[in-house]
Write a protein that binds this ligand. Structure first.
Ligand code: MLT
Ligand code: ZN
Length: 476
């Protein structure tokens, strides 16, 4: 039986917390909050709350706990797994964090900053840069994705190779628990061995254990100089060989290493305005986008990257390569990479798989996964791309033009099961960086070790005994 909608008195109490400016209930105002970014889920809610302080969030959750009303925390609403969309039954309240967007403190000498959850990733990066420091998390949706969502999904992106994922970048958290109590642990300490690391629990929990309202984040030195190149390579194995060579040359300074199949580049040039392929004459089946973020110790990294690519070409690891000679050109290379999901969306429906395997197993995953798609999805084509330096591929399948959308989409379940079996046989993960959300709840149940699953359920029961925090996401 679906839960009952919140009582009018509960809704009135919730509205009173945030005032007129912080409560949305007109259907047109609710619309952007009830559908996920990919259009997979069409939910419903009677009320979207826009708190502007941690006290607001605490009072909201205390009321929801008292009256057993479920809440869905939402950031920039860019989840690929429906993690921030309310259920269809319309009994869940959405808490959208965008008004909690202050940068509370930046401490360049401690290499840290304290940022509220509703701050966009781009605004956090800008605040760090304004203080002469780098906040390195970087992803295509950074203009709209928010820090709270980045934390709740343990976001990855294109600089994980050097700086790690969101969990690695976090020193402290402020969290409102399901009953409205506030956990305040924003001390930006690099050493603090005082008991369990509870902060880690909330990172990647997708709002199922509490609402993250602020975080203390790590900052880094800005690179003194950046070298960016796009190189054509004969195979994924050659791409990995190239990565090893670059690490021998540049060590830690290799900050991004992204693999793109030729087809992804073609689709992006075709569907996204202003994107060009700087290696249009290169017939390589694969490309890699390379970024070196060099300290002053590496003089003229662009020349040195050119030398490294030339020596790789002699060993037939690289076909052609083009080095960015200006910041604008480097940006154009990145635009090509970051527009791939958009190009896929415009091209037609897609079946997405966010997979991780040991880096050494990436060529095998591509080979076996592509064969699987060829066998079982006649109306689709493989577009496998992404963070190859992290062993993370977006193994996506695009619908071929002129085929039937519903028939194509119906292949998702069997293909996904086979793809996840393949990844398991290679010692990998079926969710590398996009999370579980609503999309992969059953898979998590099916594929997670029973002891691990029971531990997760125990934590969920302990922290959210009434089950009001983002129900139906991560765990059922
Ligand atoms: C990306 O890296 O572009 C996104 O995480 C991926 C996707 O579209 O699957
Ligand atoms: Zn990605």
């Amino acid at each position: 039986m679906p839960p009952r909608p919140p009582a009018p008195s509960t809704l009135a109490d919730l509205r009173a917390v945030v005032g007129v400016a912080g409560a949305l209930d007109a259907p047109a105002d609710l619309a952007p909050y009830v559908e996920d970014f990919r259009g997979l889920y069409h939910g419903s809610t009677p009320l979207v709350l826009l708190p502007s302080s941690v006290e607001d969030v605490a009072r909201i959750l205390a009321i929801c706990d008292r009256d057993r009303v479920a809440v869905v925390p939402q950031g920039g609403n860019t989840s690929y797994c429906g993690g921030a969309t309310p259920a269809e039954h319309g009994a869940e309240i959405v808490i959208a964090m965008r008004r909690m967007n202050r940068i509370r403190a930046v401490d360049p000498a401690n290499d840290s900053m304290i940022v509220e959850a509703g701050c966009t990733l781009a605004a956090a990066q800008d605040a760090a840069r304004a203080a002469g420091r780098l906040f390195p998390l970087s992803l295509g949706s950074e203009g709209s994705a928010q820090i709270g969502g980045n934390l709740s999904t343990n976001a990855g992106g294109t600089a994980v190779l050097r700086y790690g994922m969101m969990r690695d970048l976090t020193l402290g958290l402020e969290v409102v628990l399901a009953d409205g109590r506030v956990l305040r642990a924003l001390q930006p300490l690099r050493k603090d061995n005082t008991g369990y690391d509870w902060k880690s629990l909330f990172i990647g929990a997708e709002g199922t254990l509490g609402v993250i309202t602020a975080a203390a984040l790590k900052l880094f030195a800005l690179p003194a100089d950046t070298a960016t190149a796009l190189a054509g390579v004969p195979s994924p194995a050659a791409a990995l060989e190239l990565l090893l060579r670059l690490r021998e040359h540049f060590g830690e300074a290799v900050s991004s290493f992204e693999l793109l199949p030729r087809r992804a580049v073609e689709l992006t040039v075709r569907h996204v305005d202003g994107v060009a392929n700087p290696l249009a004459d290169d017939s390589s089946p694969w490309f890699v986008l390379i970024e070196i973020g060099a300290s002053r110790a590496i003089a003229d990294p662009t020349t040195r990257l050119g030398e490294a690519l030339a020596s790789a070409a002699e060993a037939a690891t690289v076909a052609g390569a083009v080095l960015a000679t200006s910041a604008a050109q480097a940006q154009a290379f990145w635009r090509l990479r970051e527009s791939v999901p958009e190009a896929q969306r415009r091209h037609g429906a897609s079946l997405k798989h966010d997979l991780a395997v040991p880096v050494s197993a990436v060529p095998r995953l591509i080979e076996l996964g592509t064969a699987l798609v060829e066998r079982s999805v006649p109306d689709g084509e493989t577009i496998a791309y992404g963070h190859v330096g992290d062993g993370n591929l977006h193994f996506n399948v695009s619908q071929r033009p002129g085929t039937d959308r519903a028939t194509f989409l119906a292949r998702q379940a069997p293909l996904q099961a086979a793809m996840f079996d393949l990844v398991a046989s290679l010692g990998g993960s079926f969710s590398a960086e996009h999370g579980i959300g609503r999309l992969k709840v059953e898979e998590l149940e099916r594929r997670t070790d029973p002891v691990e699953l029971e531990l997760m359920r125990t934590l969920k029961r302990a922290l959210d005994p009434q089950g009001i925090m983002n129900p139906g996401k991560v765990l059922r």
